[in-house]
Write a protein that binds this ligand. Sequence first.
Ligand code: V47
Length: 362
Amino acid sequence: MKILEKLKNQKRLNYEDALALYELDLFTLGHFANLKRTSMWGKKVYFNINRHINPTNICKDICKFCAFSANRKNPNPYRYTKDEVLHIVEEAFKRGIKEIHVVSAHNEEHDLYWYIDVFKTIKARFPTIHIKALTAAEVHFLSTLHDLNYEETIEKMIEAGVDSMPGGGAEIFDEKVREYVCKGKVKSNEWLEIHELWHKKGKFSNATMLFGHVEEKEHRIDHMLRLRDVQDRTGGFNAFIPLVYQRDNNYLKVDNFLGSQDILKTIAISRLILDNIPHIKAYWATTTLGLAMVAQEFGADDLDGTIEKEAIQSAGGAKSANGQALQDFLDVIITSGFVPVERDSLYNELKVYEESACGVCQ
Ligand code: V47
């Protein structure tokens, strides 16, 4: 079979190859994805110690899949003040948090200058904290609000101390599906352009894909290939994060939900297609920690972070609202035969845990 030959010879895979990968049985596919993952990262499983902060849920956009934004299905609008954000950061810092991941809804009352002020103050008070903030969807919203071009907004973010960009807002790049699930939001080519500009400033970012809703497997492959093209030019994506669609409290009508096999297949395929993106995250908040751990044998090498407070996926039904205890990460990684590695936001290794760190084994 042609696809097996290509996999054995480690050839770059094209669109047709990727479709053929979906036809392979899970364990054949997993075998090749795991070979690739192991050749890159051995038995290491990466995670970081981070805090998610979502300054507001009041949003001008209406993405059908979103249960986080305040509307009829989530009648609890909120907007943090600068002092509230600073308080969260201060408390998190005391607990040893090394990254804040700031993602928000699109709310004119939190304009670019509000964020700049907040980020500058955080950097002045906590210079060692890594600020991962503002998705390309937010960069688009804030640029439009202030009549700035993307480069101008990006330059202001960098000047304010933003260290890296999260991968949110990518959803699914296929224009037809995108129009259906998140009409009015940043367009696919704009999302990709913003990340490319960010990378050209010497900065790193992540890339997500929201899957398991109304898209087909063809759209997932198209999504990955568009990212691979940008990465060939810039090398600026650190990680790809396939986000499993959470079904509660939103306006998207979905008939068939994915099972674990489909989720693992998509993660494995992303490892094989995205040969130029170093890390594949199995984001535990959307897969559950158990499946995220299994995914480490199917191409993923990262679980994301401890998060502390998760608002987006939990609004959609995920059991992630209170984050993940570090000890639970360590226990599940070690008992699965892997080596836990705490990393910083740019994948520098901070601590490689030995087996004695495992509560279960003691
Ligand atoms: O862009 C919204 C997604 C994203 C739902 O860069 C949903 O390291 C599932 O991007 N079901 C925000 N997903 C989260 C995100 C992220 C998470 C972790 C790490 C990183 C990173 C980025 O959440 C949004 C959207 O695609 N989302 N609603 C839902 N119902």
